[in-house]
Design a protein around this ligand. Sequence first.
Ligand SMILES: Nc1nc2c(ncn2[C@@H]2O[C@H](COP(=O)(O)OP(=O)(O)OP(=O)(O)O)[C@@H](O)[C@H]2O)c(=O)[nH]1
Ligand SMILES: [Mg+2]
Length: 305
Amino acid sequence: MTRAGFVAVIGAPNAGKSTLTNRLVGAKVSIVTQKVQTTRFPVRGVAIEGEAQIVLVDTPGIFQPRRRLDRAMVRAAWGGAEEADAIVHLVDAAAQLGDSGADRRAREDVDAIALGLKRHGKAAILALNKVDAVKREALLEVSKGLFETGVYTDVFMVSAKTGSGLADLKRTLAARMPEAPWLYPEDQTADLPARLMAAEITREKLYLRLHEELPYAAAVETTAFEDRKDGSLRLEQTIYVQRESQRPIVLGKAGQTLKWIGSKAREELAELLGHPVHLFLHVEVDEHWAERRERYAALGLDFDA
Ligand SMILES: Nc1nc2c(ncn2[C@@H]2O[C@H](COP(=O)(O)OP(=O)(O)OP(=O)(O)O)[C@@H](O)[C@H]2O)c(=O)[nH]1
Ligand SMILES: [Mg+2]
């Protein structure tokens, strides 16, 4: 008898949702950076625990949206939760205890998510993340406060980074999956099309390198993806920035920054795809990238959210 189902991982931006997803899957399926709002659309990763196949749905952070892209991302995150067999609300425990502006915003987002769960009539598993970065005693207070909202069935203390507490969480998720045949072949861990995954990997390197200088609306698209006769792959990608003044930032002195981004992305892509990769990056300015309907469709996002 097998089990299979979907687990939505929701939470405020930067809670560690993508890190957790990757760790539970045991492979990198979703990109991770220190920048908030890294994940822009739901990304699936397939984990196996005994007889259960757990399809994790890593979602964009849920926060107070202002722009069109924000709204589409938040809508997609709640959509992931609505369709899931189980929901993990991942909370950055360190942010619950800190008092920077970002910590305060994160707390507001967490409270709003708890309210949203209540409104949707959804029970969720509360997972306090980043326990490696906080004192044990303080955690109890945090978990008590959140548990009192009444929307959580259980609490787990985890570190997506070190793996602490994850075995327990994974067993619990497996037990909550409905009896069903598996949804993916047993050796499949991800289901993003290669072109999209390739664009995500480059976006990750772009953010890792320029997280302070670049506005969050920078984007990457794969424009060409060809198999070559010698067994290698040839990819072309465009990095979109919003202003002319951002182009030199991405290029760097004598093109060094773009070169670094390209070589990091290429290395990871070659590893992932199992073929040598030739990667050509272009930088384009498109002030209205986040206002174009076709971009949203390509990411599976709702332009009119
Ligand atoms: N110390 C610590 N850092 C963590 C842990 N989990 C994630 N991080 C860090 O937190 C940052 C954000 O991680 P992500 O996994 O991208 O977070 P996310 O929730 O997917 O973020 P968005 O996609 O932007 O909503 C990264 O710098 C991670 O390395 C953890 O358990 N401990
Ligand atoms: Mg993410």
